[in-house]
Design a binder for this molecule. Sequence first.
Ligand code: BG6
Length: 465
Amino acid sequence: MKRYFDKDFWWGAATSGPQSEGRFNKKHANMFDYWYEVEPDAFFDNVGPDVTSNFYNSYKDDIALMKSIGLNSVRTSIQWSRLIDDLELGTLNQDAVDFYNDVIDEFIKNDIKPIINLHHFDLPVELYHKYGGWESKKVVDMYVLFAKQCFKLFGDRVKDWFTHNEPIVVVEGEYLHEFHYPKLVDGKKAVQVAYNLNLSSAKAIKEFRSLGLDKDGGRIGIILNLTPTYPSSNESKDLEAAEFAELFNNRLFLDTAAHGEFPAKLVEILRKDNVLWESTDSELKIIKENTIDVLGVNYYHPNRVKAPDVSPNSVGAWLPDRYYDEYLLPGRRMNIDRGWEIYPKALYDIAMNIKENYNNIPWFVSENGMGISNEENFMSEDGVVQDDYRIDFINEHLIYLHKGIEEGSNCFGYHLWTPIDCWSWVNAYKNRYGLISNNIHTQIKTIKKSGYWFKEVTELKCIED
Ligand code: BG6
């Protein structure tokens, strides 16, 4: 069966500044630049973000390649640590202004809609060392200065803006599960950081509207990795575990961004556990009044949970994990290289959840993708990666997305992670996700089989079951 998508559907791909540009000409180091300086072997094969796919120098050729595979929209981010000269004052680095102006113009010249995200895990590290980073409301205000500069400089041409990418990953990686620098385990700080990230998003949205960009065809939202939670059984203890996981991992950001309120049940639990964030009435008013226009959803794998082995009340320092344990579904389909379950139906569940519980807000799949190691093993003699596994993966996800759209969910696009193989946090170049391969030694970029296939899909605006 053929499944057709709307003629204006966004067919695109996503990357971020720090993962594609390289460190060239940056005045400030971000959290990962710094971490790589002090602990290079924390990164796969000791490869850091210094060059990555060299977008800073090769953006014209890269954008031409993106156009050649039919992308009509591409998301990247503006690096705070590149654009801003004095972080406290929010003054500009003119080289960076010129660079981002050129990049945006080049996208537009190639009929690719530029979608801009402001923060993708890349806090300037000195703000962490001086103020505790997102733990501090002073840093929230510095981020708003950066956001305002971006809106003023590029808002005439960029119409779709996002405040953060996957903010829960900052909370988890930096403050709970030790997978990103500074690798703390501190539930109380984690909760404050989650609050501050939500506050920063609402404050940036307020600036966007006070500059009148919403009146000029502009929209602003947030990008969340909405990993749907599935309980291991229908027993009440497993259902309760799943409810908490959903509250903490998804609704902490989604409800706040879309409805302007933190989920009452989560607030009640955090208050009872004595870890609730510090907030003021005026901040909560800003959050209430500055909800998103649009939502980006990153989806890779489901989250399956069961009741924890230890009772929530009987453990030491507070961590959200005390309320649930991970559950591995027997017989699950896996992307073994990445260690993630493959479950395309979740995209349909996400579509219905947004339709039913979030006023059917306009949204798009802002990331989905399949990371594969040693992809050169799948390269044919002409250098083209024969990534049929990626084609199948995308197609299956699009089928479920299409079902959701047919049933009325307001989804307007699909972006794959990523256009050109790029560097990733910690995993560096281990997992390749691109429609275009990048040899990190020679910087030779070659369209993969999936890139040619994706081009056809964008032309036909159609997939097949
Ligand atoms: C997403 C992030 O969650 O996962 C991207 O937004 C990241 O920035 C992608 O690169 C893939 O991550 P990894 O670790 O599999 O390379």
